[in-house]
Design a binder for this molecule. Sequence first.
Ligand SMILES: Nc1nc2c(ncn2[C@@H]2O[C@H](COP(=O)(O)OP(=O)(O)OP(=O)(O)O)[C@@H](O)[C@H]2O)c(=O)[nH]1
Ligand SMILES: [Mg+2]
Length: 292
Amino acid sequence: MRSGDRKSLARAITIVENDLEGASEILMSLETQNLPPVIGVTGPPGAGKSTLINELISFYTKAGERVAVIAVDPTSPFTSGSLLGDRLRMPDHFNNPLVFIRSLATRGALGGLSAKAVEVTDLIRNAGFDRVIIETVGVGQSEVEIAGLADITLLVLVPEAGDDIQALKSGVMEIADVFVVNKSDRPGADTFIRNIGSLLHGNAAHAIDREVIKTAAHYGEGITELAAAIERYAQHGITPVRKAQLYAIKAWKIISQQRMQNVDREMLLKNIENELKSGKFQLYRFCSGYYQ
Ligand SMILES: Nc1nc2c(ncn2[C@@H]2O[C@H](COP(=O)(O)OP(=O)(O)OP(=O)(O)O)[C@@H](O)[C@H]2O)c(=O)[nH]1
Ligand SMILES: [Mg+2]
């Protein structure tokens, strides 16, 4: 897998996603050094995220770089590894040997990241790629979720989002490391960019000034500038403090997941119903059975 063998990577993903024997050994043996940063691309439906990624893939592969793309598909909860989903999303690059595209199933209709998103992303980072990009649609919580998964989060917006940038949920603005104003061929782009800029001053959570990049992905415009901004953030934005924060978010997810193993709401309901019937249910004694 480390030497770039795709079949090995696919097998490792299957093992880890399904928690098969060996999953934990694979994860424990992953490298910690010299891994490519994960570039997260999020934003509202239709903002042009896939089009932008397509252009970034072209940009990177022209330089001979190997690129992995993880597409989180909220429209279908069962697209894990789906070829159809893969084909539809990045048609230009499906047959390029430098490019690896993988869909991740989501937890449900809201587009939350799949339970094993952190682990699968880490496997892909260990598989010899120069760039790792993950796309997720910004519905509800998922922008915030991608923030923990990506080392660099690009928030893709379009001028139509209105001059009323205040309308954007504040949490969404905060997770952006680089702003991308796409569809800048449409009217209002420059005003929109200025409005974002005026909101960005003095945000202590970010080590460097956050940039706003103007693109028209459909016309291949602004891609070089975007790639340069990504590079600058990778160099100066991922400080030791930031790194620790990102790892803390991931650790929280992994530990919570382990602790909640074999606990689900339906099973809880069933067990509670049974205990209620037999007349011995007591909330705290019941819960204590699940603590260890
Ligand atoms: N006018 C214009 N249209 C664009 C631009 N970039 C993308 N589009 C179009 O916008 C539409 C949506 O683009 P996608 O790349 O699929 O957007 P997305 O954000 O990936 O969409 P979802 O994954 O469904 O959330 C497509 O029809 C694109 O051709 C642009 O710069 N200008
Ligand atoms: Mg898309």
